[in-house]
Design a protein. Sequence first.
Length: 197
Amino acid sequence: MKREKLQESKISLRALKNSTKSTMFKIPINKRKHKLGNIDFKGWSIELYKTDDSKVLLPYINVYFSVESKESKTGKRVKYMQIIQLPYRQEYREKSFQSFYEETPIKIFSSDPSFQYFLAYALNKVNAVVINRETSKHLGVALTKKPKTRNPVLHKELNKHMYKLIEFISSKKLNRYINEKTYLGMNKMPTSPDLEI
């Protein structure tokens, strides 16, 4: 199996959260996030990345959630996949998610269209996007084509679904989610017919 070379994120979750408060969107994040629906945990997996020393593989965990969109005119909500990726260390299990805000290189992904069209390119420039076969297929050209009209200055922030998720899990310990019962397998993503990815 081909292993991707590790490219560490160059931005912290704290920096992303703070820049989201001075959002580029017309409506502030606190108003936009309140219209969203339920958050559901979908499992976790491990991905291994090559380092400069090709014999060393570093494990990273992907934690999967779905966050429901705001209600449409028909009363329907779409469930968007949210992924948070962070380095895997046994001692991290006892830590809360908030403890990763400052120094840990975290990557994110959201299947929400605003992430694709406004944020993916800007965040990819600082290696802050979870990139694997499925996320690359979903984001496509958004990873490499600059959004000249939607985000020409490459503002880096969280989309509303990820922002709501980060607030929801910040005080929770990692071991609430990372355990044997919820493990999906190496390089596996959750599959669900009602989950948008």
